[in-house]
Design a protein around this ligand. Structure first.
Ligand code: HEM
Length: 413
């Protein structure tokens, strides 16, 4: 493969190809790569820059003045082409100082009390799903077990029952997976994107009405009672930030969990190491985040002209920061293509870095750690039981289907 033929916007690469090979070539040959998209229908440039080396991705993250988040982090993730419709109102699509003010408010939903409730609910949901899978000797990990992780967390954060949490998950799944045929049968991808966003807003608006009448300690109640420079948040700000947390919560950890199971199947020696020594859990956890890099890239827009490795990025150009590539950069991680549960140090960029660093990082670590703890405690091993299916997306990396056989190698402690 040469850099000449690489198109990171071509989703077949992410379902049937090897994006890691593409990133390896880009890191080596064209670390600042202009990826032509062939979409010249709008006023903006028909392409995007791709940064793939660890240091470049890191430096772009921390220079938020040069690389703005205002246009949204997903390419084509909004139905407007010029700017994300959430610009300046949603945490992830705003720049400081507005971003900092919003973040202070949303952060209140990530304090220990709510996370503890989340931990209890995730543990209950997860154990029930693992019990079912082990009783059956296997199943589809991506659909039978993985969704229980965010369902438990979001049930706690939004004060929902399990069925409502799973309904919200189905909506955020079709919003993020809008280009996957599994989510748009009989409809077009843009229509799916718009209709799922509208439906999520409907759910959130209902919740706002309920919490206005009967406030509680959930995220919606927190945002209803919040103050931004002495004023209340607007309904739009509340809706967009609930959407941000719901998508951030739902569309990451289940894909991480499934990709972790795939990694354990691909590297049985690493599974054995972890099962034999539960003390490896903290390093195994970070290695899972590095290895899976579920959130493959984030988008920024350059606010002024800048030269990098001899290429001129112009003000207004979209620039993508590829976490998934940075986390396999051989200059940064020795033996980067090896899944190593003992890896340390491991300063990966799976959660980004700088002012937008994932606000849900602690929640994600809690969810995936609970999964690992259960696997170690029960001594569960997995084997493939059919071909997995990857999500048709270059933004989220993960499986929509992961058939496995599962068995317990020791009784519960
Ligand atoms: C493996 C799991 C996760 C991964 C890989 C991940 C990845 C990321 C990344 C890379 C960013 C930075 C975005 C940027 O700089 O533009 C981010 C931000 C964010 N994440 Fe996560 N995330 C995960 C889990 C979660 C969870 C569980 C939640 C909520 C419950 C969440 C909510 C958010 C929110 C609200 C932001 C925006 C923060 C800001 O702009 O200040 N994420 N995440």
């Amino acid at each position: 493969m040469t850099a000449m033929v690489i198109d990171l916007g071509e989703l077949d690469l992410f379902t049937d190809g090897d994006p890691h090979e593409a990133w390896r070539v880009l890191r080596r040959e064209q670390p600042v790569y202009w990826n032509v998209t062939g979409d010249a229908s709008g006023p903006g440039p028909s392409g995007f820059w791709a940064l793939t080396r660890y240091q470049d991705v890191h430096d772009a993250y921390v220079d938020a003045g040069l690389f703005s988040s205002k246009w949204g982090t997903v390419m084509g993730g909004s139905h407007r082409r010029d700017a994300d419709s959430a610009s300046g109102r949603m945490l992830i699509a705003s720049d400081d100082p507005q971003h900092r003010l919003l973040r202070q408010q949303v952060h209140k939903a990530f304090l220990p009390a709510l996370l503890d409730r989340g931990r209890r609910m995730v543990r209950d949901y997860l154990n029930a799903a693992l019990d079912r899978m082990l009783k059956d000797g296997g199943g589809d990990f991506a659909t039978d077990v993985a969704p229980e992780l965010p369902a438990g967390l979001l049930a706690a954060m939004f004060g929902l029952g399990r069925a409502d949490a799973l309904h919200l998950l189905a909506l955020t799944r079709s919003m993020i997976g809008f280009q996957d045929p599994g989510y748009h049968s009989g409809s077009t991808p843009p229509a799916v994107l718009v209709s799922s966003q509208v439906e999520i807003f409907d759910v959130m608006m209902d919740l706002m009405e309920q919490r206005r009448r009967a406030p509680s300690d959930d995220l919606v109640s927190i945002l209803l009672g919040a103050s931004l420079n002495g004023r209340s948040l607007t309904a739009d700000e509340i809706l967009y930030n609930c959407l941000n947390v719901a998508v951030g919560g739902n569309e990451t950890t289940p894909f991480t969990a499934s990709a972790a199971i795939q990694a354990f199947m691909d590297f049985p020696d690493q599974t054995r190491l972890l099962l034999d020594d539960g003390g490896l859990l903290p390093t195994a956890l970070e290695e899972i985040f590095r290895w899976t890099s579920t959130n493959a890239y984030v988008q920024r827009v350059a606010t002024r002209d800048v030269e990098l490795h001899g290429r001129l990025i112009r003000a207004g150009d979209p620039v993508t920061l590829w976490n998934a590539s940075a986390n396999r950069d051989e200059e940064r991680f020795p033996d980067a293509d090896r899944f190593d549960v003992r890896r340390t140090p491991n300063r990966h960029l799976a959660f980004g870095v700088g002012v937008h660093r994932c606000i849900g990082m602690g929640a994600a670590q809690m969810e995936v750690a609970l999964l690992l703890e259960e696997i170690v405690r029960r001594g569960v091993t997995f084997e493939p039981a059919g071909a997995p299916t990857r999500l048709r997306s270059n933004f989220m990396l993960g499986f929509t289907r992961l058939p496995v056989r599962a068995r317990v190698t020791r009784g519960p402690a």
